[in-house]
Design a binder for this molecule. Structure first.
Ligand code: ADP
Length: 165
């Protein structure tokens, strides 16, 4: 298990996870970047999935991405829930994505920092939920990666989880 800094669309894993919105029809942030890099076939497959509920996950192929699959999960909008509810919904995103990866026999998976962009989850707390949930399942995979986009998030990770950075 490791924490790195970079762009998830450049990673070559069995699956990368997308922090999608409930329509699964594309958005900004990491979702927009993944759709741009995967090409229009990804959106076409997403249209057949009829959305996804907060905390749940669905899988598609990766198309033009270096990774074989994309697992789409919908994080909580932080201020629409109590902090405790947001935390359990966010943990469910990681749990359900890992479960889906396992069911599909996938061995390497990378996550962005779900909900910590426009959905407003405090970054440091989001890192904690990600790491604690990923840690529980790390033995089911050859490699689990948390990839952080910005210097600020990566700085938090280096302070709080130097053993993974
Ligand atoms: P959400 O709507 O779940 O908050 P965002 O896409 O707005 O999703 O942000 C989630 C996290 O993904 C943020 O920490 C953001 O900095 C990060 N991010 C944005 N683009 C990329 C990328 N290309 N690779 C990895 N992480 C990214």
């Amino acid at each position: 298990m490791k924490i790195i800094q970079g762009d998830i669309t450049r990673l070559s894993c069995d699956a990368i996870v997308n922090a999608a919105n409930s329509s699964l029809l594309g958005g900004g942030g990491v979702d927009g970047a993944i759709h741009r890099a995967a090409g229009p076939e990804l959106l076409a497959e997403c249209r057949t999935l009829h959305g996804c509920k907060t905390g749940e996950a669905k899988i598609t192929k990766g198309y033009n991405l270096p990774s074989r699959f994309v697992i789409h999960t919908v994080g909580p909008v932080y201020y629409e829930h109590s902090p405790a509810e947001s935390e359990s919904l966010l943990a469910a995103c990681y749990e359900n994505s890992l479960k889906l990866a396992k069911e599909n026999g996938l061995k390497t998976i990378a996550f962005p920092l779900i909900s910590a962009g426009v959905y407003g989850y405090p970054q440091r707390e989001a890192i904690k939920v990600a790491v604690e949930t990923m840690k529980k399942h790390k033995n089911d995979f050859d490699e689990t990666t948390l990839i952080l986009f910005g210097d600020r998030e990566y700085g938090f990770a280096k302070e709080d989880y130097p053993e993974f950075c």
